[in-house]
Design a protein around this ligand. Structure first.
Ligand SMILES: [Zn+2]
Length: 215
């Protein structure tokens, strides 16, 4: 599976003023269910900047992961904080785009070592579930692919799959496993993927949006 070229995304969004809008009324923040694949980070640090010319509350994710909330004329910190908390999911998505400081050599080694154990174990588990036989699994440091499948049933996985949510990593594995049945990307192949992994379109979308930041 090929990666898409690295694209930088804008990290600012404009959202409506909460005043007089019933849907935006101050509501207590309900944390997402644990283990949900889209659960946003819970350690968001907000800071507030007043801007008399701003017409609405604005969020921006900084390079260090902190979130700036711009308060418009007539707005309040309390409203701004509530506004930020209502958009935790959006913030989590933006954070994935922000350039992170590179992993240290030690961290990278540790992650790769764990990947070389965890990824093959998960792949074989999924293979067994679908009645497929994998002749060999390798975990590599590929620059342009998340995974590949050879004619002899040899599947190669990118160690960076450990940096993804489990449901996306599973999709990449299913993608390669289904190539054991068909070594092309025909409509027949995609039907096999859809049967094995009904949410595959969501996972592909996640990879398009967040994949470049993992490289
Ligand atoms: Zn493929």
């Amino acid at each position: 599976m090929r990666m898409l070229p690295l694209v930088r995304y804008p990290v600012a969004v404009q959202l409506g003023l909460p005043f007089g809008d019933h849907a935006d009324a101050l509501a207590p923040f309900a944390p997402p269910a644990p283990g949900h694949p889209h659960a946003p980070d819970s350690d968001v640090e907000f800071y507030f900047v007043r801007h008399p010319r701003a017409r609405r509350y604005l969020l921006r994710v900084d390079g260090d992961g902190r979130v700036r909330v711009t308060i418009p004329r007539g707005g309040s910190r309390r409203e701004a904080a509530a506004f930020g908390l209502r958009h935790l999911r959006w913030i989590a998505g933006q954070r994935a785009h922000v350039q992170r400081p590179g992993l240290s050599a030690d961290e990278r080694r540790g992650l790769r070592a764990r990947a070389s154990v965890d990824l093959p174990a998960r792949l074989l588990e999924l293979a067994a579930r679908h009645g497929l036989t994998v002749s060999r699994v390798s975990v590599r440091n590929q620059r342009t692919r998340w995974g590949s499948c050879g004619r002899e049933g040899h599947i190669t996985l990118n160690w960076r799959l450990t940096l993804m949510p489990a449901w996306v990593r599973d999709y990449v594995m299913i993608h390669e496993l289904m190539h054991l049945r068909r070594l092309d990307h025909s409509s027949h192949y995609w039907r096999l993927v859809a049967q094995a992994y009904p949410d595959y379109e969501d996972a592909r979308k996640w990879l398009r949006v967040h994949g470049p930041a993992l490289r």
